[in-house]
Design a protein around this ligand. Structure first.
Ligand SMILES: [Zn+2]
Length: 181
């Protein structure tokens, strides 16, 4: 088991490329991503591209491979500095992630770069254990809560071909953004 705390995107030594973000209703966003070899060179480059694209996007706390047009189970997360975050693991990328344990379900507002005009109220677990593979590393397990737990569940959904719009209770739980990012 590799610790996410000992993993850094910089250690891959790759230059990430900023990629265009795909918007709904692109079919790739509704397609379950393939499992990947976390040590494959194309997966390492994908990890670097996801982080580079996330970093140049204001307010972006997570980005999944389908959002840059790649149907794969890979995503980046970084909730550092977010007011609703409690536990924070910094910038990391996970491959083949799945929810191990989930508890403390609660409703919260979510947005998505692939659905820029809307936000939605989505029920998510407030405490989770997520298992997956670190790019270039081994299997890992992340225990987290609050906003980081929500971001992880949102990105795991992307890798399964699901958007937050697929998780809302109904039209009443969808809102138009007042300010366009
Ligand atoms: Zn999203």
């Amino acid at each position: 088991m590799t610790s996410v705390a000992g993993w850094s995107i910089e250690d891959l030594g790759l230059n990430g490329e900023v990629r265009p973000v795909v918007r709904a209703p692109a079919p790739v966003l509704a397609t379950a991503g393939e499992r990947v070899d976390p040590c494959g060179p194309e997966v390492l480059q994908l990890a670097a591209d996801l982080v580079a694209t996330m970093r140049v996007s204001p307010g972006c706390v997570g980005l999944a491979a389908p959002q840059i047009g790649v149907s794969a189970q890979v995503f980046a997360v970084d909730v550092t500095g977010h007011p609703k975050a409690r536990t924070v693991h910094g910038t990391f990328v996970l491959c083949n992630a799945r929810l191990g344990e989930a508890s403390q379900w609660n409703k919260g507002r979510e947005g998505c770069m692939s659905v820029p005009e809307l936000t939605g109220d989505v029920k998510r677990a407030g405490r989770v254990v997520v298992v997956g593979d670190l790019p270039g590393g081994g299997a890992t397990e992340i225990t987290t809560d609050a906003f980081e737990a929500r971001a992880l569940q949102h990105e795991i959904d992307h890798c399964a071909g699901l958007l937050f719009l697929d998780r809302v209770a109904g039209a009443h739980a969808i809102h138009t953004r007042k300010v366009h990012l």
